[in-house]
Design a protein around this ligand. Structure first.
Ligand code: CO8
Length: 372
């Protein structure tokens, strides 16, 4: 069976943090930290923290603001991480709550309800618990049939999830699937580190896949998907289930939050991505100049400009390579799906577009779509 994407949904949290607000609270945190550690700094035992700046953030990343599920905790200079209400085990978890808000518009666009779905993949860079799988909780809340599971390939979770769902539809083992990406990046971003405090934002996206022959409205044929991984330590998070067994137990260690060597990531991932996309196109007999849209992972504007230029062999127009990172920041796996959901109108039957994610792992996932 030919798989197709027949619906997408984006849930955007209500709270916005602008770069100016972020930098103002961060710089207050720096003053607090440096005052509290004045003696150790003086003795050379602790490094003084340095201010962040809006100018740097915009120039280095292209990010202007981010949406978050909770704002006060993040901007409290004495805290610097969100305050989430602890849910009881009888309530939907916070990931399920926002996942449903993305699934609703995606299902509505496809003209379906939850009970039409027989595969739910919760694909995101963090899961709020180990088990039961968040995907199964979402399946239950949607009253979907079949089965569900969680998968984590960091920023490439959505595209890897789409590949898994599309292949199962192609093989006939499932009929309709929803891939949902509830990304609560604010929960494990290190807001106290100026190197990365501006990078991420929260969001949830959902993508409905079904047989093309079943699709009721406008849809996209999934021509093929290609996934690739190559191990790297340059984006890493050491939090995990063995944490309390370590000698320092549950200590608030820096490596328990997002860490990266941004420069290296930039340098190493960009060539990997453009080559991956070009090889994928070639294997499908589609030339780069047939590509009407590239919905790229949304981490850094410079990175996307570079990838776009390499793939098309010229400067892409903003329409050909739409960015959403100026508004949403990096939303991990959801970024390329937001770009696709918001910038795929006005394409004609037969037009090609490619979704491409990249990030920790390293991982790259591309999905070649044709407007039906
Ligand atoms: N304000 C002012 N100055 C700063 C700031 C700041 N906020 N931050 C750093 N500086 C300083 C640095 O200290 C450095 O100073 P010096 O030259 O004296 O050492 C100077 O500015 C330059 O710093 P960088 O070299 O770090 O600056 P870059 O130009 O490389 O920009 C970026 C930094 C924007 C991070 C850039 O390297 C980048 O975007 N790289 C690609 C990163 C990327 O795409 N990563 C993907 C990660 S996401 C992923 O895979 C998913 C993970 C799971 C989700 C996690 C959820 C939280």
């Amino acid at each position: 069976h030919q798989p197709a994407i027949s619906g997408t949904g984006v849930f955007t949290p209500e709270h916005v943090i602008t770069n100016d607000e972020l930098v103002e609270s961060f710089n207050k945190h720096v003053d607090l930290f440096n005052a509290e550690n004045a003696e150790a700094i003086e003795a050379g035992d602790v490094a003084a923290k340095e201010y962040s700046s809006t100018g740097f953030i915009e120039k280095a990343s292209g990010i202007k603001q981010r949406y978050v599920l909770e704002k006060e905790g993040i901007l409290d200079p004495a805290r610097m991480y969100p305050r989430f209400r602890q849910r009881s085990d009888d309530e939907p978890g916070i990931m399920t709550e926002i996942a449903l808000k993305a699934c609703e518009p995606a299902l509505a666009q496809a003209g379906l309800t939850g009970s039409d779905i027989d595969l739910v993949i919760c694909a995101a860079s963090n899961m709020e618990r180990a088990y039961p799988a968040v995907g199964i909780e979402i399946q239950n809340a949607l009253q979907a049939n079949g089965f569900a599971f969680d998968m984590n390939v960091a920023c490439s979770s959505a595209t890897f999830g789409i590949q898994a769902a599309a292949d199962m539809i192609r093989a006939g083992s499932v009929r309709r699937a929803i891939v949902v990406n509830p990304e609560i990046t604010s929960g494990h971003l290190e807001w106290r580190d100026r190197d990365c405090h501006f990078i991420f934002g929260d969001v949830a996206t959902a993508t409905v896949l079904e047989r093309a022959e079943d699709a009721k409205g406008a849809h996209w044929l999934v021509r093929s998907a290609r996934c690739a991984t190559e191990f790297s330590n340059n984006i890493r998070n050491n939090n995990g289930f063995l944490r309390r067994n370590r000698p320092d137990g549950m200590a608030d260690r820096r490596d328990m939050q997002f860490m990266q060597n941004g420069r290296k990531v930039f340098k190493e991932v960009v060539p990997m991505v453009s080559e991956h996309m070009l090889q994928h196109l070639e294997s499908e007999g589609v030339s780069p100049d047939q590509l009407r849209r590239m919905w790229l992972h949304q981490a850094n504007k410079g990175m996307n400009d570079f990838v776009g230029r390499k793939v098309l062999g010229r400067e892409p127009t903003p329409e050909e390579q739409p960015n959403i990172l100026q508004d949403y920041a990096n939303t991990s796996s959801a970024g390329s799906i937001i770009a696709f959901a918001k910038h795929s109108d006005a394409m004609q039957p037969g037009d090609y577009g490619m979704i491409c994610s990249f990030g920790a792992g390293y991982s790259v996932g591309s999905v070649l779509l044709e407007r039906a």
